[in-house]
Design a protein around this ligand. Structure first.
Ligand SMILES: [Zn+2]
Length: 115
């Protein structure tokens, strides 16, 4: 897809062409979408590997906002959510269990005091 050209890794960990200093993933993304990318458009690496510029690993985002959503939607957020859900479930079942025990204790002690 891309002719073999020497590349180097820049300070941010992205591959660039030595001759033009152009970012390799953006050059490949431009070939994928068939037009040059605007400044606003952001290219995302699905596997988070900045050096994996295989077309199947690249997604062109309309804006940085959309890009952010990709990061939060597919990766970090679901993990945090499932941990939070588990903790909430634990707290809820503990308080229900405790509430039930107190209720039984109250009934039993009321019953016993009547004897
Ligand atoms: Zn990204």
């Amino acid at each position: 897809m891309i002719p073999e050209r020497p590349t180097f890794v820049d300070d941010n960990g992205y591959l660039r062409f030595q001759d033009t200093n152009q970012l390799v993933h953006r050059a490949i993304a431009q070939l994928m979408v068939g037009h040059s990318l605007s400044q606003k458009e952001v290219v995302h690496h699905k596997d988070m590997d900045k050096k994996n510029n295989d077309p199947s690993n690249l997604i062109v985002c309309e804006s940085q906002d959309e890009h952010e959503r990709l990061h939060h939607g597919t990766y970090s957020q679901p993990k945090i959510n499932s941990v939070l859900a588990f903790i909430l479930f634990l707290i809820l079942s503990l308080s229900i269990g405790l509430g039930f025990l107190l209720l039984v204790y109250g009934l039993v002690s009321t019953f016993l005091s009547k004897i």
